[in-house]
Design a protein around this ligand. Structure first.
Ligand SMILES: *Cc1c(COP(=O)(O)O)cnc(C)c1O
Length: 359
């Protein structure tokens, strides 16, 4: 099914701007030349600036979904001699745990709930760890962790700090230097509001020094860094998405920089949350990012039914949860090309659905 005439509030893919969509309609150019190297350099510089990466940081561009960014970061940086503390507050935390298990990286599955880990120092198991691995925004439940507090803890204990920022960069504050982050994993289809298919791993010098010689051809970061010196990737990159990324970074900058993007996301998230106060829905977590609102029905209705009804009756896409949470929560993304007017489509649909007049 093609959702062209649907209003989309799903946490990836998200609503894209016309400017980016138009680039997607063009012929994909040849890329082994200086013109495309400049595109790669532009993308790298823009990304590094956006996350306040320390001097000497580099970006690995992989043609794959975000999970490949997560997995390849673990593969290239953690080995048998490591001991990783993996924050697990939901589906994406569990994925990092699975990745560590798959690659036989010694790790602790650090299950957390109802905390943003401001107190990680007190909560973490008392063990010697070499790495802290976390999803800054645990998208499965809409939970944002305290990156500064975790960074302090990581630095104090000399741990490599790996942050999956896929669903919060561009909408929520991310500063590698301020939070002592060594690795940031990004992906095209969330806050960056591009098509899926490109994942980026940003490596601070501390991470670059620690890169391992690994048993993989496609995911060998050292090879990507070598090729990156001339603005190329070892294998065919997602050329069009790279061109869209270049345009998107320019767009963010033209609109007032990433601080302005974050401010806009916050305005939209606050507006949405304030506008649905009269409805029998409550916020699922006290630690919501600007990127997303997670809601629980308070009138006994099934969250899954609400999601299905919004799609069928109003052509509005929000996101259900799976498993045990399928009837308990649904998620509304504020990532991408969002305005108050666009958000009104969902707010009005919800009011109509409940038969409650919007105040
Ligand atoms: C979406 C997302 C990913 C990546 O998922 P893919 O489907 O592999 O792109 C990873 N981590 C988080 C926190 C996400 O929200």
């Amino acid at each position: 099914m093609i959702y062209e005439d649907y209003a989309i509030f799903t946490p990836g893919p998200v609503k894209m701007s016309d400017e980016i969509l138009q680039l997607g309609a063009k012929q994909t150019p040849y890329f082994r030349n200086a013109a495309f190297s400049d595109v790669c350099f532009d993308c790298e510089t823009g990304l590094l600036e956006m996350v306040s990466a320390p001097e000497g940081s580099k970006v690995v561009f992989l043609t794959a979904s975000g999970t490949a960014g997560m997995e390849s970061a673990v593969m290239n940086l953690l080995g048998k001699d490591d001991n990783a503390l993996v924050v697990n507050g939901g589906g994406f935390g569990a994925r990092f745990v699975d990745i560590c298990a798959t690659h036989a990286v010694p790790h602790t599955d650090f299950g957390v709930k109802n905390t943003d880990l401001s107190e990680i120092e007190k909560m973490a198991p008392d063990e010697a760890y070499t790495a802290l691995v976390v999803n800054a925004h645990e998208t499965s439940v809409g939970h944002l962790y305290n990156l500064d507090a975790m960074g302090e803890y990581a630095e104090k204990n000399d741990m490599l700090y790996i942050v999956d920022a896929i669903s919060m960069m561009v909408t929520d504050s991310l500063n590698m230097q301020q939070s002592n982050i060594d690795v940031v994993i990004a992906s095209s289809q969330k806050g960056l509001a591009l098509p899926p298919g490109l994942t980026m791993v940003i490596l601070a010098p501390k991470a670059i020094e620690k890169l391992l010689d690994i048993n993989s051809l496609y995911f060998n970061f050292k090879d990507y860094l070598r090729n990156g010196e001339r603005g190329q990737t070892p294998y065919t990159p997602a050329v069009t998405i790279m061109l869209q990324l270049q345009a998107r970074l320019k767009q963010i900058s033209k609109r007032g920089g990433v601080a302005q993007s974050i401010e806009n996301a916050k305005t939209i998230a606050d507006y949405f949350r304030a506008s649905i106060k009269a409805l029998p829905l409550k916020e699922y977590t006290a630690f919501m990012p600007n990127a997303m609102t997670t809601l629980t029905p308070t009138d006994g209705k099934s969250a899954m039914d609400i999601v299905n009804d919004l799609e069928e009756k109003y052509k509005v896409m929000v996101c259900p949860n799976g498993g045990a949470e399928r009837d308990i929560v649904f998620r509304v993304s504020h990532m991408g090309e969002m305005t108050k007017e666009y958000t009104d489509i969902l707010i009005d649909a919800l009011h109509d659905y409940y038969g409650i007049a919007r105040s």
